[in-house]
Structure formats: C-alpha cells, structure tokens
Write a protein that binds this ligand. Structure first.
Ligand code: HEM
Length: 409
C-alpha cells in the first residue's frame, strides 16, 4: 500500500511540474500517455484471452486422453471389472482356478492332447505316496525278509544231504539252462541295485558320499537300469521256454506244501524236476517279471501307454468294480511308477529267499547252477521222482561220465 501511494504521488508530481512550465508540450504529452495506456490495456486483454484459451484446450485434451479414460467416470475399474469388459488379469475367478488346480481337463485343438490338463494335482499324492509309505514299507519288506532268513538259518541251520555226498553226480541243468539262469540272475541283481538307489539313494547315500558322487552313480545307474532291462527280458524268455513244462503244478506239489517241504512229518516229500517251492519261485519270477517289464517299458516311453486305464476297464467288466477308466496319460505314468516299485520289491523278497536256499541254505544246491551236475544223493533226497524219470530214460538229461548216473536203456 505504501509503495502504491508513493508511486501515485510520484506520477502526479511530474504532471504538476509540466503544467507549471510548458502548456503546449503538456497537452501533447497527455495525448501520448493516453495512447500508451490504451495499448497496455489491449496487451493485457490479449494475454488474459490467450491464457483462458490455453486453459480450456488443456482441459479438453485431458478429458479426451486415454489416461483420463482410466481414472474418470463410468470406465473406472469397479469390483474386479476391467476396462472394455475383458476378463483377463484383473478379475479373480476363484472357482475356475479351483477347478484347474484340481485337474479339470480342457479341450485341445492341437496335436498334444495332454496339454488340456494344466495342473495334475494327483501328482502331489503320487509323490507323497512314493516318497512316504511306499519307500518306508519297501524298506521294511526287504529288511524283514533278510531278518527272517537270518532267523531261519539260526534256527534250522544248513540243510545237509542226509546220507552225505555219494561221489556220483548226474546232469541237472544243460549249458543253455545255466546261461539263461545267469543272464536272468545277473541282470536282475543289477536292476535291483540301480532301482533301489533310485528309491533310497538320496536318503542313504548322499549323507555318506555327498551329492556329486551320488549324482555320478545315479546317472550311470540309470543307463545300466534302462539297458540291462533288455537282458533281463531275454533271460526271462529263455527260462520260461526251457522250464515252463517242468513247472506245471501236480498232486505231489500239494503234499509237498502240506509237509512244509520236509519240515513237517520227517523225511523228504517226493518231487519231480522242480518241487512246489521252486514252482512258486518260477511263477513269481515269470509273472512278476512280465509285469515289471511292461511297467518298465511304459516308464521308458512316457505318455504312450494306457495299460492301467485298459486294465481297470477289464476288471470293471469282469468283477463289476468301479475303478476309474478315464485315466489321464500322466496318471498312467504315476500308477506305472508305483506298480513297478511294488513288483520290484516283491520280486526282491522272493529272490532273496531263493538266493538263500541256493547258497548257504542248502548243501549241494549251488552245483546245479555252476557245473550243472549234482550229487545223486542230493538229487534222490530233493527230487526223487525226477531221478527215477532220468534213470528210466523218460525225462531230463543224464551224464555219461565215469561217476554219473546213466539213464536206463
Ligand atoms: C546269486 C543269485 C542266485 C543264485 C545263487 C541262484 C541259484 C540257483 C540255483 C542253485 C538254482 C537251481 C535249484 C535246483 O537245482 O533245483 C536256481 C534256479 C532258479 N533260479 Fe536262481 N539263483 C540266483 C538268482 C536268481 C534270480 C535273480 C532269479 C530271477 C530273477 C532266479 C531265478 C531262478 C529260477 C526261476 C530257478 C528255477 C526254479 C528254482 O530252482 O527255484 N535266480 N537258482
């Protein structure tokens, strides 16, 4: 206020001074200052008009710009809706995702039909079963078998040849029979060791040998497992062809089983080339061997087989069961993996018992699979009917050597 009043007084003073000295000049100057005043007013008006114009255009631009569309009026996102009404991203369709999480299968137009399944939640159950109860029961089953065999050995001791060795031998298995047996046996042992490493290796070996060594062993073991499987299948075929006829059950087997293979009632029950105990081992090896080979094949060729779906549907037809027949390809793999392990563990238990009786459990048995010749007293005690058949020249092969039994002419 002071400044303004000072300025006003300043403007007034010079005017008063001019008026006092030159009248004509005073009039001229008054006209010029009026013109200047008018020009300033016009300038101010122009500036104000331009500013207002710019402000209006800025407001109009803001209103029409895309950015303003997101934040203004009815297009503003409300309660999960997206601008333009698209349903991607912003909306949370809990029910849809719940169904996907629980394995609902969509339609696939392309070649890969299994892509219709985004999340296969049974996989979680499979993993928990495989690493939990399956691994635990498998360990107990194998350790339990070893424990029982040790107990049996402690109580019963080695089964001796009652009459001692005679010194005479007879041919029990030919070269091809032994070759088939050892092909089957050696491949099975490799498969069992490399397979058990897959089931228990992480827990048992990593703490002992470390991750790097375990990784090397496991990669190598996987190759052995995959390739040796074919040797096992070949051994299985050879053994099946050679011994099937000798393993057809007969009435002597019932007696043999009732007498516990000789543990009850004293003496040795009669048997032909194979007794009931050996027949059980034979059929377990052949049937489980086929099953383990089929499941192994399915695991080697993932997503190409429908064995479980097909088996379930046959079982439903035969027994009226309600097993699931619409088995997704990935679920097939999971069933195959569990089944392969169950078969393997069962076979390992049976084969452990077999190895026990073929080695420390029974005197004179191993010779049958090494040289192929057995002591005649051993043969008469365990396979009396077979010895009679060989002597009668009906079945089996017989040695022609000095100390061997000759088949009757
Ligand atoms: C080190 C391991 C093994 C040993 C010492 C062994 C020993 C024997 C012996 C001595 C026999 C002849 C029994 C007789 O003269 O009556 C035999 C037979 C047989 N072996 Fe083995 N074996 C072994 C592993 C295997 C394996 C791994 C399998 C199958 C996976 C197998 C399957 C058979 C079958 C099916 C027979 C005929 C039935 C029987 O005698 O029980 N063996 N084995």
């Amino acid at each position: 206020m002071n400044a303004m009043s000072n300025k006003a007084s300043f403007n007034q003073n010079p005017g008063q001074q001019n008026h006092g000295h030159q009248n004509h000049g005073h009039q001229k100057r008054g006209a010029r200052s009026a013109a200047l005043k008018q020009r300033d007013q016009a300038r101010s008006f122009m500036v104000i008009a331009l500013t207002v114009l710019m402000a209006i255009s800025a407001l109009l631009w803001l209103h029409n710009s895309p950015a303003s569309a997101q934040v203004s009026g009815a297009d503003k996102p409300v309660a999960g809706a997206t601008p333009g009404g698209t349903d991607s991203g912003a909306s949370s369709d809990a029910e849809l995702w719940r169904q996907i999480r629980h394995g609902v299968t969509g339609t696939v137009v392309g070649h890969n039909k299994s892509a219709g399944l985004l999340i296969q939640s049974d996989g979680q159950q499979w993993r928990l079963t495989r690493n939990g109860p399956l691994a635990m029961y498998s360990a107990w089953a194998i350790l339990g078998t070893l424990l029982l065999l040790s107990l049996f050995f402690a109580l019963r001791g080695r089964i001796r040849i009652s009459h001692g060795k005679s010194g005479k031998t007879m041919k029990r298995f030919s070269g091809i029979e032994r070759m088939g047996h050892w092909l089957l046996a050696s491949s099975f042992i490799l498969l069992a060791l490399t397979g058990l490493n897959l089931l228990f290796g992480r827990k048992l070996l990593i703490p002992l040998i470390g991750k790097d060594a375990f990784s090397t062993i496991t990669i190598f073991g996987k190759f052995i497992h995959n390739y040796v499987a074919f040797a096992f299948m070949l051994g299985l075929v050879i053994v099946a062809i050679l011994w099937l006829v000798h393993n057809i059950p007969n009435r002597h087997d019932v007696v043999w089983l009732l007498r516990g293979g000789g543990m009850l009632g004293g003496g040795h029950p009669k048997a032909r080339k194979f007794n009931a105990g050996q027949k059980i081992i034979f059929w377990v090896v052949i049937l489980c061997g086929i099953s383990i080979s089929m499941s192994g094949w399915a695991l080697m060729n993932p997503f190409t087989t429908t064995m479980f779906g097909d088996t379930f549907s046959s079982l439903n037809d035969a027994f009226g069961t309600q097993l699931p027949t619409d088995v997704a390809l990935i679920q097939e793999q999971q069933y195959q993996s569990l089944w392969h392990t169950i078969m393997a563990v069962f076979m390992i238990m049976v084969v452990l018992a077999h190895i026990y009786i073929g080695t420390i459990g029974m005197e004179g048995a191993l010779d049958a699979m090494t040289s192929g010749d057995v002591d005649t007293n051993w043969a008469k005690e365990h396979h009396s009917l077979w010895v009679e058949e060989v002597q009668a020249g009906k079945k089996g092969t017989a040695e022609t050597g000095k100390e061997s039994i000759q088949p009757a002419e």
